[in-house]
Design a protein around this ligand. Sequence first.
Ligand SMILES: Nc1ncnc2c1ncn2[C@@H]1O[C@H](COP(=O)(O)OP(=O)(O)OP(=O)(O)O)[C@@H](O)[C@H]1O
Ligand SMILES: [Mg+2]
Length: 271
Amino acid sequence: MAKKAKTPSADPHAGKTPLVEMRDISIAFGGIKAVDHASCDLHAGEVVALLGHNGAGKSTLIKILSGAYTRDSGQIYVEGSEATITNPRQAKDYGIETIYQTLALADNVDAAANLYLGRELLTPWRTLDDSAMEAETRKVMGRLNPNFTRFKDPVKQLSGGQRQSVAIARAIHFNARILIMDEPTAALGPAETKQVGELTHQLKEEGIGIFLISHDIEDVFDLADRVVVMKNGAIVGSAQTGDVTKDEVLGMIILGKCPPGAIPGPGALAA
Ligand SMILES: Nc1ncnc2c1ncn2[C@@H]1O[C@H](COP(=O)(O)OP(=O)(O)OP(=O)(O)O)[C@@H](O)[C@H]1O
Ligand SMILES: [Mg+2]
């Protein structure tokens, strides 16, 4: 149960350098300020949910972090050092991986082939080293989802949750430290959603930081340590999930009203 707080509770990461920090980020498309002086951070082992109405700027902010868009202004810091991120390759070099709702898996091949898509392992004779790739895949999947056994099946035959774990395995296999998930459970049933929840806990244990974009307030309260709400491109506020109620978060999303348990941002309605 979320307890009501009159003021935000103590920052559990006080004094620690965030894994990633976006500072004063702006981008406009034509005349529209899609992201307007937005700042937010993410710590190791933390799940931060980005919330807001359609068009609030969530995906755009996250695409700036993943290198899909180049910001007009503002800075990105990774573990305290300013990062140059102007394309997806650079973002990956900083350990930033994104899982889009579409998952972008190759449907006709198995989990191992998906993990190594474009980065295949070769034998000394320059042929595909299928057994090495499968062995590595079993290791990664064993860590993430020990119940997964369908290593020989093309991924199109897997359930939504199993496909999701293959996509996550691919993202973290190459040393992702910062994982961005845009609507990871939107197309999943309850059992599969639960599986993604378990995966998320596992990733947290490993110290991976996760930005989660979701419209599902129940999911958010189940999975996230903190919520960051956007409206019209600006940050309304940020709150630890224990410091605010679901209704208060809905008030942030709909009205831009910042409750006492949240730290207001530049997009908060003037009190
Ligand atoms: N490539 C683009 N060209 C022009 N306008 C864009 C582009 N990408 C986003 N926008 C605009 O920027 C604003 C923010 O869009 P964004 O996709 O970031 O919203 P969102 O919060 O992710 O919404 P949703 O919940 O619907 O996914 C919107 O007004 C959108 O129309
Ligand atoms: Mg979006």
